[in-house]
Design a protein around this ligand. Structure first.
Ligand code: GDP
Ligand code: MN
Length: 366
């Protein structure tokens, strides 16, 4: 679980539709989408969805990021679709490719081996670059310097509910640093040494154990069969406590740039980078973000946008009172305490199938 028992501290900002405050002051914020030219069609689908459900009222800009030059087709199609202005940025090579101290021939060999071992995406060099980029260098891009907040989007995403309030304004007002929709368990073969690296760093630098960290860690006193179910044993720290592998799915993120640009986070990123795990393993930016938040912030600064309908790939969240909404299947609920009072009235004009409400126990929330 990544949500602690006191999650009443993290109420939805609004439970139902609002009159969009079109004249209210905005935060210094932007959408950010990393994409490839060949993903134009799927990228357009995402942008159309966010324009229809949110940005038609709020008109935030979208910053498109690519490691290669943008095609004219991509630029003209997006300019015709984005209501708040589109910017097309090219990521400097030194922020995207291998760090200069790394033996790249050796790293490439390891990447090939990971591919042969069948580890998800791990045989693709570009995927490693992407995960490392989103883990660290993304935050220090000159192109994002002028913003305080970003909302990450990806090609092939659907938003199902109207978002009639400004999440950036609410995040700022409630002193949040990070917002997510879906939380999932990480594929353990991508990150055998990540948790140990993090836990050692935490201890060496004297970071206290936050509630959020505790929520992600299965203590060593939990009996072995249960613990092995909850966490891969080898993903343990030196005391035997194990990471439950839960992380926020990072294709959706609304987060504070100052936090991720700050000394603590960037210091942690540099440490992780030096260990080589972005290439010799296939550490994902989602796992890095989640564990870093667990180390560095209190749980009430992380917000679950449970009022948003959201889909990427075959995972989705649909607020429980969307049309057709009903109590989810008890097998899906696990020990999640579902109550109509809590779930009722959540979400604005959701178009997803509420009878298939997800993001409960089969994912990583309770
Ligand atoms: P998944 O969500 O983990 O399956 O990974 P994706 O393939 O969706 O990649 C995550 C994001 O990074 C998406 O926005 C992709 O468009 C983007 N991305 C991945 N690899 C590259 C790359 O090599 N170049 C660029 N420009 N974007 C990439
Ligand atoms: Mn994706």
């Amino acid at each position: 679980a990544v949500r602690q028992p006191e999650h009443e501290l993290d109420e939805p900002f609004y439970r139902t539709c609002q009159e969009p405050a079109v004249d209210a002051p905005r935060e210094k914020a932007a959408f950010v989408m990393l994409a490839r030219n060949k993903e134009l069609f799927k990228a357009l689908k995402t942008v159309e969805s966010i324009e229809k459900h949110f940005n038609q009222w709020f008109h935030y800009p979208i910053v498109f990021l690519n490691d290669e030059p943008w095609s004219d087709d991509f630029i003209s199609s997006m300019n015709a679709t984005v209501s708040g202005g589109a910017r097309f940025e090219i990521i400097p090579k030194d922020k995207w490719l291998f760090p200069e101290w790394m033996d790249t021939a050796d790293a490439k060999q390891s990447i090939a081996q990971q591919g042969h071992a069948g580890i998800l995406y791990a045989g693709m060099e570009t995927y490693h670059h992407m995960c490392r980029f989103y883990s660290g260098n993304f935050y220090t891009l000159p192109a994002l310097q002028e913003y305080d907040w970003y909302w990450r989007i990806e090609p092939d995403v659907d938003f199902y509910c109207s978002i009639t309030y400004d999440p950036f304004v609410e995040m700022a007002k409630h002193n949040k640093v990070y917002g997510f929709t879906i939380a999932l368990p990480e594929e353990p073969r991508t990150c055998p040494s990540l948790f140990r690296e993090m836990a050692d760093y935490k201890e060496q630098n004297g970071f206290r154990t936050t509630e959020l960290w505790k929520a992600m860690v299965v203590p060593s006193w939990v009996p072995w069969p249960f613990r092995s179910l909850m966490a891969m044993f080898r993903l343990r720290d030196k005391n035997g406590d194990a990471w439950n592998k839960c992380h926020y799915w990072s294709n959706f993120e609304i987060a504070n740039l100052a936090f991720f640009r700050g000394k603590e986070y960037q210091g942690l990123f540099e440490h992780l980078d030096r260990s080589g795990g972005f290439y010799y393993e296939r550490w994902g930016d989602a796992a890095v973000h989640a564990l870093a938040l667990g180390m560095l912030v209190d749980s009430e600064r992380v917000h679950h946008f449970e009022d948003l309908g959201y889909r990427h790939d075959w995972f989705y969240q649909c607020p429980a009172n969307a049309p057709g909404g009903q109590l989810p299947d008890s097998k899906l609920l696990g020990d999640y305490k579902w109550s109509p009072e809590r779930e009722g009235g959540l979400g604005c004009r959701c178009e997803c199938d509420g009878a298939k409400t997800r993001n409960y126990a089969t994912y990583c929330l309770n």
